[in-house]
Design a protein around this ligand. Sequence first.
Ligand SMILES: Nc1ncnc2c1ncn2[C@@H]1O[C@H](COP(=O)(O)OP(=O)(O)OP(=O)(O)O)[C@@H](O)[C@H]1O
Ligand SMILES: [Mg+2]
Length: 258
Amino acid sequence: MATTRRPVVIKLGGAALPHREAVLRDLAAARAAGLEPILVHGGGPVITDWLKRIGKQATFVDGLRVTDAETLEVATMALAGKVNKELVATLVLAGTPAFGLAGADGGWIRARRITEPDLGFVGEVTSVDPAPVHALIAAGYIPVVAPIALGDDGLLNINADTVAGEIARAVGAALLIFLTDVPGVKDGTGTVVPVLSAADARAMRDSGTIAGGMIPKVQACLRAVEAGARAVIADGGDPGAIGIHVRGDAGNGTTIER
Ligand SMILES: Nc1ncnc2c1ncn2[C@@H]1O[C@H](COP(=O)(O)OP(=O)(O)OP(=O)(O)O)[C@@H](O)[C@H]1O
Ligand SMILES: [Mg+2]
């Protein structure tokens, strides 16, 4: 079922969850203004907190969470359970139709295990079937997506940035907005870079200026930009962040270009 407009994909970082009330109000306003938003969320701090409660230490390689069987259980419960349902509840109780789903539901997001390096049950996306989100949008819902996908043998944990980028490609999104806990991509002096080219991004990655959780974010932006989207990384704490980037106002966040 095709939609007439090009959707806008918004990724709410786990790091930006403290600002969720304001972001969800923004999101509802964007929908009321006629946009077709798709919300993708992370939940890193929630997973790390629950791992700590069972005496496990979180480990990351290049911004990706090393996921053993027990960590996959916690990530699934945190992302496809608690975080997803709380976001949906907040939207629905505020009068905005929202429908939660994980990538594994119906197998609409398929993935295979990353083996180089071996990160355990961490996947890279192999396909996204946009039909379920198109159907939800057509029915008036904001799809709220948890980044747990279906692998060959069962569930896989996928970085939410990667999922957002691949969904943006699959639905032909006009815009992909990452809301996180920093005001954009910072250079070596800590200054936010307003516009970042693919070549600059690569150089900053190689020099270690772009590190950790910023690596999959920039990568996902480049994937979405390649497919014709505008891609922005911004601070989830900025009041009206979604509206600002829908309008394309200058002077806020980092826009990634090819
Ligand atoms: N060059 C850079 N500019 C800005 N932030 C950077 C840079 N390099 C690394 N980072 C880190 O990336 C972090 C954002 O990624 P992080 O994965 O922590 O958040 P998130 O993706 O919003 O949350 P989640 O992963 O839970 O969804 C920043 O807090 C910062 O520490
Ligand atoms: Mg992250």
